[in-house]
Design a protein around this ligand. Sequence first.
Ligand code: XLS
Ligand code: CA
Length: 447
Amino acid sequence: MADYFVGQREYFPNIGKIPYEGSKSDNPLAFKYYDAEKKIGGKKMKDHLRFAIAYWHSFCADGSDPFGAPTHPHPWIIDAKTPMEAAEHKLDAAFEFFTKLGAEYYCFHDRDLAPEGTSPAESEKNLQILTAKARERQQATGVKLLWGTANLFSHPRFMNGAATNPEFKVLALAANQVKAALDATIALGGEGYTFWGGREGYMSLLNTDLKREKDHLAVFLGTARDYARKQGFKGIFYIEPKPMEPTKHQYDYDVETVAGFLRYYGLDKDFRLNIEANHAELAGHDFYHELETAAAMGLFGSVDANRGEPRNGWDTDQFPSSYYETSLAMYAILRAGGFTTGGLNFVAKIRRNSVESADLFEAHIGGMDTFAVGLEVAHRLISGGKLSGFIKNRYASFDSGDGAKFEQGQLSLEDLARIGSDYGAWGITSGKQERLENILNQYLLEL
Ligand code: XLS
Ligand code: CA
């Protein structure tokens, strides 16, 4: 990856390229475990993990929250004379950050990249201008676009949703934005396109035709898919489950709900799931569960890497820091075949009081190290074969004889009843959960 900041104005002047220094290093601006070129199971760490930076959290969010004003004075917007100039400075800062950190991918919403204009046409023009500039910087550095998306939730026009809005005109405005965001994604060689539900859900069922709204959402998604395919887009469309916030109930509640929706409307060929750790937690699941559920249905796609605060009921979007969580996540991801078009996108923001520019680097370094450890542990768990061997044996009674016939649908209920007609031997076997948890801990410590 080529450096971007050389010859440009430098936005992070006291920070150089982040090196890998190993676990004994006490340099806060060095990787301790993420060694991009190191091979794990024949594949480089960077190709397993495919790290992406979320443009909005890192370069647009300013530390403000519902209780207070911004705390992160972004140097890239301070002396800009127009919103378009600020957007270009932000692009430079972003590419400087990607290349110094060594992250090969990024993700954006249309409005992160370019400001909204005074008409849909002007907004599209702004996006096209910034898309061309982003393309130049991608070519100069080798950084790639993991996925693009459209922000269909910030503007007041979307207060009742976008594709599920009760007013058709708002739906059409959303479509106008999606079309432009798809064009930008395609122009930048994006490997995917994401639909996060935004405000697609309801605040009250008393004013909502739930069936009609879900039907509209399905038609909208199918129409966007058809347009993108017509333009030659070969990538994957992602739906990102989230159960609540900003609405009381989001239609894309969790993996199981989205899978049912995609299959019911026949969208499961083109759409996969983009799974976020914090959203899993809000849905009352853990990250591992959501990944495993998506993999089981052949719908695993990409990951929004972050963590929640289990004692809070909202989306805190913190950087991953639990080896336990990332080990189990990588275990599920590797067994699902690893990433193809997806990757680990850091949908995480530094805290309001993290006010030094180094904090953004340290946050990502920590997240990348945490996933690198997860990758190492997961690889060892798989190659050690202890967990999978145990699971395989646990279901051995379905591998042959009547069990195998049952799996193939060859036994009637009468057949099954006959086999189950005596209280004879049925094998009391331990689930061995405690032993398996101990094995996992052993692998975690061995690193
Ligand atoms: C918000 C979502 C958002 C999506 C992209 O909760 O995570 O950041 O990833 O629209
Ligand atoms: Ca997300």
